[in-house]
Design a protein around this ligand. Structure first.
Ligand code: HAM
Length: 428
Protein backbone atom coordinates (compact mmCIF):
# COMPACT_ATOMS: atom_id res chain seq x y z
CA UNK A 1 0.00 0.00 0.00
CA UNK A 2 1.18 3.51 -0.71
CA UNK A 3 2.03 5.81 2.16
CA UNK A 4 -0.50 8.53 2.94
CA UNK A 5 0.90 12.04 2.59
CA UNK A 6 -0.09 15.52 3.77
CA UNK A 7 -2.82 17.42 1.92
CA UNK A 8 -1.31 20.10 -0.34
CA UNK A 9 -0.66 23.41 1.41
CA UNK A 10 -0.50 21.93 4.92
CA UNK A 11 2.46 21.11 7.10
CA UNK A 12 3.53 19.12 10.15
CA UNK A 13 5.21 21.38 12.65
CA UNK A 14 7.57 19.50 14.97
CA UNK A 15 11.12 19.22 16.27
CA UNK A 16 13.10 21.48 15.84
CA UNK A 17 10.85 24.17 14.28
CA UNK A 18 8.25 23.85 17.03
CA UNK A 19 10.65 25.57 19.45
CA UNK A 20 10.54 28.70 17.29
CA UNK A 21 6.73 28.50 17.40
CA UNK A 22 6.86 28.32 21.21
CA UNK A 23 9.12 31.37 21.24
CA UNK A 24 6.65 33.36 19.10
CA UNK A 25 3.54 32.10 20.89
CA UNK A 26 4.99 32.88 24.33
CA UNK A 27 5.77 36.46 23.35
CA UNK A 28 2.33 36.96 21.81
CA UNK A 29 0.60 35.64 24.94
CA UNK A 30 2.81 37.74 27.19
CA UNK A 31 2.08 40.94 25.24
CA UNK A 32 -1.66 40.14 25.13
CA UNK A 33 -1.53 39.87 28.92
CA UNK A 34 0.41 43.13 29.32
CA UNK A 35 -1.97 45.08 27.10
CA UNK A 36 -4.97 43.26 28.58
CA UNK A 37 -6.36 41.83 25.35
CA UNK A 38 -8.26 38.72 26.48
CA UNK A 39 -8.11 35.54 24.43
CA UNK A 40 -11.21 34.43 22.57
CA UNK A 41 -11.27 30.95 21.02
CA UNK A 42 -13.90 30.87 18.29
CA UNK A 43 -14.83 27.63 16.45
CA UNK A 44 -12.73 26.52 13.47
CA UNK A 45 -15.88 26.51 11.34
CA UNK A 46 -18.76 28.98 11.14
CA UNK A 47 -21.90 29.49 9.07
CA UNK A 48 -20.75 30.39 5.55
CA UNK A 49 -22.91 33.50 5.65
CA UNK A 50 -20.69 35.05 8.33
CA UNK A 51 -17.78 35.35 5.90
CA UNK A 52 -19.94 36.05 2.83
CA UNK A 53 -21.45 39.06 4.64
CA UNK A 54 -18.50 39.98 6.85
CA UNK A 55 -15.47 39.59 4.56
CA UNK A 56 -17.52 40.43 1.43
CA UNK A 57 -19.05 38.48 -1.47
CA UNK A 58 -16.74 40.13 -4.00
CA UNK A 59 -13.46 39.33 -2.26
CA UNK A 60 -11.04 36.65 -3.48
CA UNK A 61 -11.35 35.00 -0.08
CA UNK A 62 -15.10 34.46 -0.44
CA UNK A 63 -15.19 33.87 -4.19
CA UNK A 64 -12.27 31.50 -4.55
CA UNK A 65 -10.56 30.55 -1.34
CA UNK A 66 -13.02 29.23 1.20
CA UNK A 67 -13.24 25.65 2.40
CA UNK A 68 -17.03 25.45 2.29
CA UNK A 69 -19.08 22.28 2.62
CA UNK A 70 -22.51 21.05 3.62
CA UNK A 71 -22.57 19.27 6.97
CA UNK A 72 -24.66 16.17 7.49
CA UNK A 73 -27.64 18.38 8.35
CA UNK A 74 -27.39 20.14 4.98
CA UNK A 75 -26.10 23.44 6.47
CA UNK A 76 -23.38 25.32 4.62
CA UNK A 77 -20.37 25.77 6.88
CA UNK A 78 -16.90 27.20 6.20
CA UNK A 79 -13.52 26.64 7.80
CA UNK A 80 -12.58 30.09 9.07
CA UNK A 81 -10.37 31.98 6.59
CA UNK A 82 -9.71 34.78 9.12
CA UNK A 83 -10.50 35.77 12.70
CA UNK A 84 -12.09 39.24 12.67
CA UNK A 85 -15.60 38.32 11.49
CA UNK A 86 -15.83 35.44 14.05
CA UNK A 87 -14.74 37.77 16.87
CA UNK A 88 -17.34 40.36 15.87
CA UNK A 89 -19.96 37.60 15.50
CA UNK A 90 -19.23 36.46 19.06
CA UNK A 91 -19.25 40.03 20.43
CA UNK A 92 -22.65 40.74 18.87
CA UNK A 93 -24.08 37.32 19.70
CA UNK A 94 -23.30 37.91 23.36
CA UNK A 95 -24.75 41.44 23.13
CA UNK A 96 -21.62 43.12 24.43
CA UNK A 97 -22.62 46.14 22.34
CA UNK A 98 -25.43 46.65 24.88
CA UNK A 99 -23.90 45.85 28.25
CA UNK A 100 -20.11 46.09 27.80
CA UNK A 101 -19.37 47.73 24.48
CA UNK A 102 -15.61 48.23 24.81
CA UNK A 103 -13.78 44.92 24.47
CA UNK A 104 -10.20 43.98 23.64
CA UNK A 105 -9.67 40.51 22.19
CA UNK A 106 -6.72 38.36 21.17
CA UNK A 107 -6.69 35.05 19.27
CA UNK A 108 -4.19 32.60 17.88
CA UNK A 109 -4.77 29.52 15.75
CA UNK A 110 -5.23 27.94 12.33
CA UNK A 111 -7.01 29.61 9.40
CA UNK A 112 -7.89 28.02 6.05
CA UNK A 113 -7.73 29.46 2.56
CA UNK A 114 -7.72 27.48 -0.68
CA UNK A 115 -4.81 29.33 -2.28
CA UNK A 116 -2.03 28.17 -4.61
CA UNK A 117 0.61 27.04 -2.11
CA UNK A 118 4.12 28.48 -2.25
CA UNK A 119 6.77 29.56 0.29
CA UNK A 120 4.87 31.54 2.94
CA UNK A 121 1.45 30.76 1.44
CA UNK A 122 -0.38 27.78 2.89
CA UNK A 123 -3.90 26.37 2.75
CA UNK A 124 -3.85 25.82 6.49
CA UNK A 125 -1.86 28.62 8.10
CA UNK A 126 -1.79 30.24 11.52
CA UNK A 127 -2.50 33.74 12.65
CA UNK A 128 -2.37 35.63 15.87
CA UNK A 129 -4.58 38.67 15.99
CA UNK A 130 -5.82 41.53 18.16
CA UNK A 131 -9.18 43.29 17.93
CA UNK A 132 -10.26 46.40 19.87
CA UNK A 133 -14.05 46.75 19.53
CA UNK A 134 -16.09 49.77 20.61
CA UNK A 135 -13.33 52.39 20.23
CA UNK A 136 -13.61 55.33 17.80
CA UNK A 137 -10.39 57.12 18.66
CA UNK A 138 -7.38 56.98 16.33
CA UNK A 139 -5.42 56.26 19.51
CA UNK A 140 -6.97 52.77 19.40
CA UNK A 141 -5.54 52.32 15.86
CA UNK A 142 -2.22 53.49 17.28
CA UNK A 143 -2.35 51.03 20.18
CA UNK A 144 -2.95 48.15 17.77
CA UNK A 145 0.01 49.17 15.60
CA UNK A 146 2.24 49.77 18.64
CA UNK A 147 1.30 46.36 20.00
CA UNK A 148 2.15 44.70 16.67
CA UNK A 149 5.45 46.58 16.57
CA UNK A 150 6.31 45.54 20.15
CA UNK A 151 5.58 41.91 19.32
CA UNK A 152 7.67 41.87 16.13
CA UNK A 153 10.57 43.49 17.98
CA UNK A 154 10.36 41.16 20.97
CA UNK A 155 10.23 38.15 18.63
CA UNK A 156 13.51 39.45 17.20
CA UNK A 157 12.45 40.46 13.68
CA UNK A 158 14.35 43.17 11.86
CA UNK A 159 13.87 45.47 8.88
CA UNK A 160 10.08 45.57 8.86
CA UNK A 161 8.31 48.30 6.95
CA UNK A 162 4.97 49.67 8.12
CA UNK A 163 2.72 50.88 5.31
CA UNK A 164 -0.52 52.69 6.02
CA UNK A 165 -3.38 54.15 4.05
CA UNK A 166 -6.89 55.41 4.64
CA UNK A 167 -9.84 54.07 2.66
CA UNK A 168 -12.05 57.00 3.65
CA UNK A 169 -15.49 56.70 5.17
CA UNK A 170 -19.13 56.71 4.08
CA UNK A 171 -18.86 60.46 3.43
CA UNK A 172 -15.74 60.63 1.26
CA UNK A 173 -15.35 57.13 -0.19
CA UNK A 174 -18.27 57.29 -2.70
CA UNK A 175 -16.83 60.34 -4.44
CA UNK A 176 -13.43 58.69 -4.63
CA UNK A 177 -14.92 55.49 -6.03
CA UNK A 178 -16.66 57.45 -8.80
CA UNK A 179 -13.41 59.19 -9.76
CA UNK A 180 -11.54 55.89 -9.62
CA UNK A 181 -14.12 54.16 -11.81
CA UNK A 182 -13.89 56.92 -14.39
CA UNK A 183 -10.13 56.58 -14.49
CA UNK A 184 -10.32 52.80 -14.77
CA UNK A 185 -13.05 52.87 -17.42
CA UNK A 186 -10.85 55.03 -19.63
CA UNK A 187 -8.13 52.37 -19.49
CA UNK A 188 -10.49 49.36 -19.37
CA UNK A 189 -9.13 47.72 -22.52
CA UNK A 190 -5.63 47.52 -21.04
CA UNK A 191 -6.52 45.74 -17.81
CA UNK A 192 -6.57 41.97 -17.33
CA UNK A 193 -9.97 40.26 -17.64
CA UNK A 194 -10.39 40.01 -13.88
CA UNK A 195 -9.76 43.72 -13.36
CA UNK A 196 -12.01 44.87 -16.20
CA UNK A 197 -14.82 42.78 -14.72
CA UNK A 198 -14.36 44.50 -11.39
CA UNK A 199 -14.27 48.13 -12.52
CA UNK A 200 -18.00 48.65 -11.98
CA UNK A 201 -18.57 46.39 -8.98
CA UNK A 202 -15.37 46.55 -6.90
CA UNK A 203 -13.00 49.14 -8.34
CA UNK A 204 -10.73 49.12 -5.26
CA UNK A 205 -9.94 45.43 -5.90
CA UNK A 206 -8.21 46.49 -9.13
CA UNK A 207 -5.53 48.22 -7.04
CA UNK A 208 -4.71 44.86 -5.48
CA UNK A 209 -4.10 43.03 -8.77
CA UNK A 210 -0.74 41.25 -8.86
CA UNK A 211 -0.57 41.46 -12.66
CA UNK A 212 2.43 43.60 -13.63
CA UNK A 213 0.77 45.29 -16.62
CA UNK A 214 -2.25 46.30 -14.48
CA UNK A 215 0.11 47.72 -11.86
CA UNK A 216 1.91 49.73 -14.54
CA UNK A 217 -1.38 51.41 -15.53
CA UNK A 218 -2.09 52.25 -11.89
CA UNK A 219 1.36 53.58 -11.01
CA UNK A 220 0.98 56.57 -13.18
CA UNK A 221 1.11 60.28 -12.35
CA UNK A 222 -2.49 60.83 -13.43
CA UNK A 223 -3.82 58.07 -11.18
CA UNK A 224 -6.25 59.54 -8.60
CA UNK A 225 -5.00 58.54 -5.15
CA UNK A 226 -7.45 58.27 -2.28
CA UNK A 227 -5.30 60.42 -0.04
CA UNK A 228 -6.44 63.44 -2.09
CA UNK A 229 -10.13 62.64 -1.50
CA UNK A 230 -10.26 62.17 2.27
CA UNK A 231 -12.82 64.24 4.17
CA UNK A 232 -11.74 66.36 7.16
CA UNK A 233 -12.70 63.66 9.63
CA UNK A 234 -10.70 60.95 7.86
CA UNK A 235 -7.71 63.23 7.35
CA UNK A 236 -7.71 64.29 11.00
CA UNK A 237 -8.01 60.63 12.04
CA UNK A 238 -5.02 59.69 9.90
CA UNK A 239 -2.90 62.67 10.99
CA UNK A 240 -3.62 61.97 14.64
CA UNK A 241 -2.63 58.32 14.17
CA UNK A 242 0.60 59.18 12.35
CA UNK A 243 1.41 61.78 15.04
CA UNK A 244 1.17 59.17 17.82
CA UNK A 245 3.23 56.66 15.85
CA UNK A 246 5.94 59.20 15.05
CA UNK A 247 6.17 60.19 18.71
CA UNK A 248 6.76 56.51 19.50
CA UNK A 249 9.57 56.40 16.90
CA UNK A 250 7.50 54.38 14.44
CA UNK A 251 7.67 55.85 10.97
CA UNK A 252 4.95 54.59 8.62
CA UNK A 253 5.12 54.94 4.85
CA UNK A 254 1.85 56.07 3.25
CA UNK A 255 0.93 53.69 0.44
CA UNK A 256 -2.19 54.95 -1.38
CA UNK A 257 -2.50 51.59 -3.17
CA UNK A 258 -2.91 49.64 0.07
CA UNK A 259 -6.56 48.58 -0.07
CA UNK A 260 -6.35 45.08 1.54
CA UNK A 261 -8.31 42.08 0.37
CA UNK A 262 -11.23 42.24 2.81
CA UNK A 263 -14.31 44.41 2.40
CA UNK A 264 -14.86 45.52 5.97
CA UNK A 265 -12.22 48.25 6.20
CA UNK A 266 -12.85 51.97 6.40
CA UNK A 267 -10.40 54.74 7.34
CA UNK A 268 -7.12 53.18 8.52
CA UNK A 269 -5.55 50.20 6.75
CA UNK A 270 -1.98 49.04 7.30
CA UNK A 271 0.45 46.22 6.54
CA UNK A 272 3.80 45.16 7.90
CA UNK A 273 6.12 44.07 5.10
CA UNK A 274 9.56 42.56 4.63
CA UNK A 275 11.91 42.49 1.64
CA UNK A 276 13.23 39.07 2.64
CA UNK A 277 10.37 36.68 1.81
CA UNK A 278 9.85 37.23 -1.93
CA UNK A 279 6.26 37.58 -3.15
CA UNK A 280 4.62 36.75 0.20
CA UNK A 281 5.96 39.91 1.78
CA UNK A 282 3.12 40.81 4.19
CA UNK A 283 3.81 39.47 7.66
CA UNK A 284 0.77 41.16 9.14
CA UNK A 285 -2.00 43.57 8.36
CA UNK A 286 -5.16 45.13 9.62
CA UNK A 287 -7.16 48.27 9.96
CA UNK A 288 -10.38 49.86 11.12
CA UNK A 289 -13.65 48.06 10.36
CA UNK A 290 -16.46 50.31 11.61
CA UNK A 291 -18.83 48.84 8.97
CA UNK A 292 -18.38 45.18 9.84
CA UNK A 293 -21.05 45.14 12.55
CA UNK A 294 -23.58 46.63 10.08
CA UNK A 295 -22.94 43.73 7.70
CA UNK A 296 -23.60 41.37 10.61
CA UNK A 297 -26.89 42.99 11.63
CA UNK A 298 -26.04 45.61 14.31
CA UNK A 299 -25.43 49.20 13.29
CA UNK A 300 -22.38 51.28 14.04
CA UNK A 301 -20.01 49.33 16.28
CA UNK A 302 -16.48 50.57 15.61
CA UNK A 303 -13.51 48.25 15.65
CA UNK A 304 -9.83 48.12 14.78
CA UNK A 305 -7.40 45.24 14.73
CA UNK A 306 -4.62 43.35 13.03
CA UNK A 307 -3.54 39.79 12.36
CA UNK A 308 -0.12 38.36 11.62
CA UNK A 309 0.82 35.26 9.66
CA UNK A 310 2.82 32.98 11.90
CA UNK A 311 4.39 30.84 9.13
CA UNK A 312 5.80 33.98 7.51
CA UNK A 313 7.09 35.31 10.83
CA UNK A 314 8.82 32.00 11.46
CA UNK A 315 10.33 31.89 7.96
CA UNK A 316 11.68 35.39 8.50
CA UNK A 317 13.02 34.58 11.94
CA UNK A 318 14.79 31.51 10.53
CA UNK A 319 16.44 33.77 7.95
CA UNK A 320 17.42 36.41 10.45
CA UNK A 321 18.46 34.34 13.50
CA UNK A 322 20.25 31.17 14.47
CA UNK A 323 17.43 28.60 14.86
CA UNK A 324 19.26 26.83 17.68
CA UNK A 325 18.76 29.92 19.85
CA UNK A 326 15.13 28.85 20.36
CA UNK A 327 15.74 25.25 21.43
CA UNK A 328 14.81 24.27 24.96
CA UNK A 329 17.98 24.88 26.92
CA UNK A 330 19.53 23.88 29.20
CA UNK A 331 18.24 20.39 29.87
CA UNK A 332 19.59 17.20 31.37
CA UNK A 333 19.85 13.94 29.47
CA UNK A 334 19.20 10.95 31.75
CA UNK A 335 20.96 7.86 30.50
CA UNK A 336 20.20 4.53 32.20
CA UNK A 337 22.35 1.55 31.21
CA UNK A 338 20.21 -1.16 32.82
CA UNK A 339 16.81 -1.75 34.36
CA UNK A 340 17.90 -0.60 37.82
CA UNK A 341 19.25 2.59 36.22
CA UNK A 342 15.86 3.17 34.62
CA UNK A 343 14.12 2.91 37.99
CA UNK A 344 16.60 5.24 39.66
CA UNK A 345 16.45 7.84 36.89
CA UNK A 346 12.64 7.72 36.65
CA UNK A 347 12.56 8.67 40.35
CA UNK A 348 15.17 11.35 39.76
CA UNK A 349 13.05 12.75 36.91
CA UNK A 350 10.21 13.39 39.37
CA UNK A 351 12.55 15.41 41.59
CA UNK A 352 13.84 17.35 38.58
CA UNK A 353 10.28 18.14 37.57
CA UNK A 354 9.55 19.43 41.07
CA UNK A 355 12.62 21.69 40.82
CA UNK A 356 11.51 22.85 37.33
CA UNK A 357 14.63 21.47 35.68
CA UNK A 358 13.92 20.17 32.15
CA UNK A 359 15.20 16.66 31.31
CA UNK A 360 15.03 13.96 28.68
CA UNK A 361 14.91 10.35 29.86
CA UNK A 362 16.16 7.70 27.45
CA UNK A 363 15.92 3.97 28.14
CA UNK A 364 18.46 1.22 28.70
CA UNK A 365 18.33 -0.77 25.48
CA UNK A 366 21.19 1.20 23.93
CA UNK A 367 24.95 1.49 24.51
CA UNK A 368 26.71 4.28 26.42
CA UNK A 369 28.19 5.45 23.09
CA UNK A 370 24.69 5.84 21.64
CA UNK A 371 23.53 7.87 24.64
CA UNK A 372 26.47 10.26 24.38
CA UNK A 373 25.92 10.78 20.67
CA UNK A 374 22.20 11.24 21.14
CA UNK A 375 22.63 13.72 24.00
CA UNK A 376 25.00 15.76 21.84
CA UNK A 377 22.66 15.63 18.84
CA UNK A 378 19.84 16.87 21.04
CA UNK A 379 22.00 19.68 22.38
CA UNK A 380 21.66 18.59 26.02
CA UNK A 381 23.77 20.50 28.52
CA UNK A 382 24.38 17.60 30.92
CA UNK A 383 24.27 13.84 30.84
CA UNK A 384 23.78 11.64 33.89
CA UNK A 385 24.75 8.00 33.61
CA UNK A 386 23.33 5.27 35.86
CA UNK A 387 24.72 1.77 35.22
CA UNK A 388 26.29 -1.20 37.00
CA UNK A 389 29.32 0.81 38.29
CA UNK A 390 27.17 3.60 39.61
CA UNK A 391 24.80 1.21 41.43
CA UNK A 392 27.72 -0.54 43.18
CA UNK A 393 29.39 2.68 44.31
CA UNK A 394 26.07 4.50 44.98
CA UNK A 395 27.25 7.37 42.77
CA UNK A 396 26.35 8.91 39.40
CA UNK A 397 28.51 10.14 36.60
CA UNK A 398 27.54 13.71 35.72
CA UNK A 399 29.08 15.23 32.61
CA UNK A 400 28.77 18.83 31.49
CA UNK A 401 28.52 18.46 27.72
CA UNK A 402 29.32 22.10 27.12
CA UNK A 403 32.63 22.23 29.03
CA UNK A 404 33.48 18.51 28.84
CA UNK A 405 33.96 18.48 32.63
CA UNK A 406 32.96 15.15 34.18
CA UNK A 407 32.56 14.24 37.83
CA UNK A 408 31.34 11.43 39.98
CA UNK A 409 28.74 12.60 42.50
CA UNK A 410 27.18 10.75 45.38
CA UNK A 411 23.45 10.02 45.48
CA UNK A 412 23.14 12.26 48.52
CA UNK A 413 24.58 15.38 46.93
CA UNK A 414 23.29 14.76 43.40
CA UNK A 415 20.29 17.11 43.54
CA UNK A 416 22.29 19.94 45.09
CA UNK A 417 25.12 19.48 42.56
CA UNK A 418 22.67 19.36 39.67
CA UNK A 419 20.77 22.44 40.76
CA UNK A 420 24.00 24.40 41.06
CA UNK A 421 25.36 23.18 37.70
CA UNK A 422 22.00 23.85 36.01
CA UNK A 423 21.74 27.38 37.39
CA UNK A 424 25.33 28.15 36.31
CA UNK A 425 24.63 27.07 32.75
CA UNK A 426 21.26 28.83 32.71
CA UNK A 427 22.83 32.10 33.82
CA UNK A 428 25.55 32.07 31.17
P1 HAM B 1 -5.03 39.26 6.07
O1 HAM B 1 -4.14 40.33 5.48
O2 HAM B 1 -5.88 38.51 5.14
O3 HAM B 1 -5.87 39.97 7.20
O4 HAM B 1 -4.12 38.22 6.85
C1 HAM B 1 -3.21 38.64 7.84
C2 HAM B 1 -1.88 37.94 7.63
O5 HAM B 1 -2.07 36.52 7.59
C3 HAM B 1 -1.17 38.26 6.33
O6 HAM B 1 -0.45 39.49 6.43
C4 HAM B 1 -0.24 37.08 6.18
O7 HAM B 1 0.91 37.26 6.98
C5 HAM B 1 -1.05 35.94 6.78
N1 HAM B 1 -1.65 35.12 5.72
C6 HAM B 1 -2.77 35.37 5.01
N2 HAM B 1 -3.01 34.36 4.15
C7 HAM B 1 -2.04 33.44 4.31
C8 HAM B 1 -1.72 32.17 3.72
N3 HAM B 1 -2.50 31.63 2.78
N4 HAM B 1 -0.62 31.51 4.14
C9 HAM B 1 0.17 32.05 5.11
N5 HAM B 1 -0.08 33.23 5.71
C10 HAM B 1 -1.15 33.93 5.32
C11 HAM B 1 -6.80 39.33 7.96
O8 HAM B 1 -6.91 38.13 8.02
C12 HAM B 1 -7.59 40.28 8.84
N6 HAM B 1 -8.55 39.50 9.61
C13 HAM B 1 -6.68 41.09 9.73
C14 HAM B 1 -7.42 42.01 10.65
C15 HAM B 1 -7.66 41.83 11.97
N7 HAM B 1 -7.97 43.16 10.31
C16 HAM B 1 -8.55 43.71 11.37
N8 HAM B 1 -8.36 42.90 12.37
Amino acid sequence: MEKITLPKGTKDIGDPEIFIWYHVENIVRQEATHYHYIELRTPLFEHTELFARGVGEETDIVQKEMYTFLDKGGRSVTLRPEGTAPVMRSYLEQSFHIHNPRMKYFYMGPMFRYERPQAGRMRQFHQFGFEAIGFQSPAADAEIILLADRIYKKIGLKNIRLEINSLGCRKCKPQYLETLKNYLRNQAAQFCKNCSNRIETKPLRVLDCKNESCQNILHNESFPIIQNFLCDECRTHQNHLIGILESAQIHPVINPYLVRGLDYYIKTTFEMKTEELGAQNAIGGGGRYDNLSDALGVKGIPGVGFAAGMERIILLLQKQSESKAFFQKPFIYLSPLDQQGENVLLKLSIVLDEKSIPFYLDFSDKSLKYHFKNAQRMDASFIIIAGENEHQTKTYTLKNLLSGEQKVVSQKTLIGDLLEAYQNVKNT
